[in-house]
Design a protein around this ligand. Structure first.
Ligand code: MSP
Length: 642
């Protein structure tokens, strides 16, 4: 049987942090868990490389989008490799094979009558790449709080409105289509309110996949991005996916848009969407600008990937928000792994070495232990099937403490010296029971901590790979009596918190520096900045009237490839005409709607027969391209710069 699952494809506007790793680790766990039930698994991940946000991030780093996305996409791949995360297919939205699939999906929707051309004016959040409905000009985006921009453009629209009933039917007939329940309810409420049509193309961006027969139109990111789930396995007979694993902030796109696109194209729908929560860092949302980013690779270097995997899956209830902190990570490692599992494994194995010459004895375990183990196996499987990883791990740790208690009760160190009748049998039963619990733990933990489970497996004397065990066939008694066990080495040596945390923080800083050098702002090569002009007084400066304006229209000036003819609104009765030498750096389409700074009291001057009533402020190095001055926050039209 096949099993196909996906992670979201990651934006390449910044390098991966622990939040991205969290999704990928969970997907890796599910993939391994499914494979250990005999399924033939494919796990797809990748990078989402188009759109304005990426174009801007590239610009800010002084790179072309191609160069920028190349470096960051490679960074994702190299991190997943370092962390030994399973990646069966890695799809980039810039891959020509993907372009073809997107264009085919569009054509199917078009031919079935679900696409039309229309004009759209709205408040757009560049950061979230979403229009914000019913928002006033410049209103803050409800998701990220950044100011929106007013954008008017001709778009291709997808008739999402036609799918309301079919979507509701889908959620009704497949109640586990969206999980967990809270997310399902959110989606239901949203769809019940009624769905508007969806703009799926842009003419204001160049960095995208061309719409077939659509001239300047390129696909808007979500139509493009979601389709990677199909393009990644094109020609493999894998579609539909069994599971899309995503973060909670992108549920709407996956649970509403995506099935609607597929219904419109007449293609099969994914079977399930599971949305996990957000990972906070020391109770704060991670943000690059605030400098509170944590990455997985420094943690992996100090504590190993398995410790991080275990921590994330045990500490955070999958589906809810959770917190990462170094203290909690080391704390849990020492209590659950070093003292818990590690201690049980090493004491059991050393007792077998000491008391039975390193050979597994043929002991008959008491019913109570067998029953506890059988129940734990069932509990872990049920929990993992429902993506309740922390609950599953808790059930397994309960079994470990049953084994611990049993050892203490029986005290093999006394039994070995005892002359009482039956002491030898009790000793063997205890050793066998403890070792069998360790074996069961190794199998159940193989998807969660593959490296450590393999080590324990080997120490138990197995020569096969633990991943080739079948979790769905796991029952008490699989440890063969007479098996010679391996050398017992601590799989989870205790870690001293303070130096470990200091080391992780240090590596984190080094990583920040490395990333800055790798894809931070590149200083422009070429001419040095011009020498400073002569000093002026504040009164001199006050003579220059600088204003915020918004470009209303833009067109090239005939007979030149340098000039643009712009109409700019600075809050006067009519927009001003300004001729600007920026055509080599900006297209007219890029200018419309854009806020600029203009010198408003410059004496008018004729350029190519057009009277220019002011000048746009731009930065440039000698001979370099002009870069328009702008604002990070929303600046009102007509405001003066002082
Ligand atoms: N490119 C889109 C997804 C397109 S899927 C067709 C996107 N990319 S993203 O890079 O911003 O986020 C991808 C995923 O990373 C999120 O869905 C989420 O799973 C994960 N996370 C990013 N930051 C996170 C946390 N701080 N915590 C947990 N996961 C978060 O959205």
């Amino acid at each position: 049987m096949k099993y196909y699952l996906t992670t979201p494809i990651y934006y390449v506007n910044a390098a991966p942090h622990i939040g991205h790793t969290y999704t990928t680790i969970a997907a890796d766990l599910i993939a391994r868990y499914q494979a250990m039930q005999g399924r033939e698994v494919v796990l797809t991940t990748g990078t989402d490389e188009h759109g304005q946000k990426i174009e801007r991030a590239a610009l800010a780093a002084g790179r072309t989008p191609q160069e920028f996305t190349e470096v960051i996409s490679a960074e994702f791949r190299s991190q997943w490799k370092k962390l030994n995360l399973r990646v069966d297919r890695f799809m980039r939205t810039t891959d020509p094979r993907h372009h073809k699939t997107v264009q085919e999906l569009f054509t199917r929707c078009l031919n079935n009558g679900y696409i039309y051309k229309g004009s759209y004016t709205g408040e757009y959040c560049v950061s979230c790449e979403l229009y914000v409905s019913d928002a006033a000009a410049g209103a803050p985006c409800p998701d990220c709080g950044r100011p929106t921009e007013t954008v008017t453009e001709e778009n291709y629209f997808f008739k999402l409105s036609a799918f309301q009933d079919r979507l509701l039917e889908l959620y009704e007939s497949q109640p586990d289509f969206i999980q967990p329940e809270t997310r399902r309810n959110e989606v239901l409420a949203f769809v019940k309110q009624g769905l508007g049509d969806l703009s799926i193309s842009r003419t204001t961006i160049q960095w995208g996949i061309p719409v077939p027969g659509g001239g300047k139109h390129v696909f808007y990111v979500w139509f493009d991005a979601l389709t990677t789930y199909m393009s990644a396995v094109e020609g493999e007979d894998r579609w539909p996916a069994d599971l899309h694993l995503i973060g909670k902030e992108i549920v709407r796109f996956h649970a509403i848009f995506w099935p609607a696109f597929l219904m419109a194209a007449g293609l099969p729908l994914p079977r399930r969407i599971f949305a996990h929560g957000w990972l906070l860092f020391e109770n704060d949302k991670m943000s690059k600008s605030r400098g509170n980013i944590v990455r997985a690779t420094p943690i992996h270097e100090v504590m190993g990937t398995d410790a991080l995997r275990y921590f994330l899956l045990r500490e955070v209830v999958f589906g809810q928000d959770g917190t990462f902190s170094y203290d909690a990570l080391v704390g849990r490692y020492n209590s659950d792994l070093a003292n818990g599992l590690g201690n049980l494994a090493s004491r059991t194995l050393s007792m077998i070495h000491q008391y039975r010459g390193g050979v597994v004895p043929a002991g008959t375990a008491p019913d109570s232990v067998i029953e506890a183990a059988t129940k734990a196996i069932a509990a872990v499987r049920t929990a993992f099937d429902r993506f309740e990883f922390s609950r599953g791990l808790e059930a397994l740790w309960n079994l470990l403490s049953v084994a611990d208690k049993f050892i203490v009760e029986q005290s093999p160190w006394r039994l070995v010296k005892s002359a009482e009748p039956g002491a030898g049998e009790r000793l063997e039963a205890t050793l066998y029971s403890a070792a069998e619990v360790v074996r069961i733990a190794a199998v159940l933990l193989a998807p969660v901590m593959p490296g450590s489970a393999a080590k324990i497996w080997e120490q138990l004397g197995f020569t096969s790979a633990v991943e080739s065990e079948r979790i769905d066939q796991l029952v008490w008694g699989g440890l063969p009596a007479g098996q010679e066990i391996g050398i017992s080495v601590a799989v989870f040596p205790r870690i001293e918190a303070k130096p470990a945390i200091e080391k992780m923080r240090e590596l984190e800083e080094a990583e920040t520096r490395r990333q800055k050098a790798l894809f931070g702002k590149q200083e422009p090569a070429g001419p040095a900045p011009a020498p400073l002009a002569d000093p002026i007084t504040i009164d001199d400066f006050a003579k220059v009237d600088l204003r915020v304006g918004q470009v209303v229209s833009a067109e090239p000036v005939k007979g030149t490839d340098k000039l643009l003819h712009l109409k700019i609104d600075i809050g006067e009765a009519a927009p001003r005409t300004i001729v600007a030498g920026i055509a080599t750096a900006y297209t007219p389409e890029q200018m419309v709607g854009r806020k600029v700074v203009i010198v408003a009291n410059l004496a008018p001057r004729k350029l190519r027969g057009i009277e220019s009533q002011g000048m746009i402020v731009a930065a440039s190095l000698e001979g370099g391209q002009p870069i328009l001055a702008g604002f990070l926050e929303e600046a009102p039209i007509g405001a003066r710069l002082k």
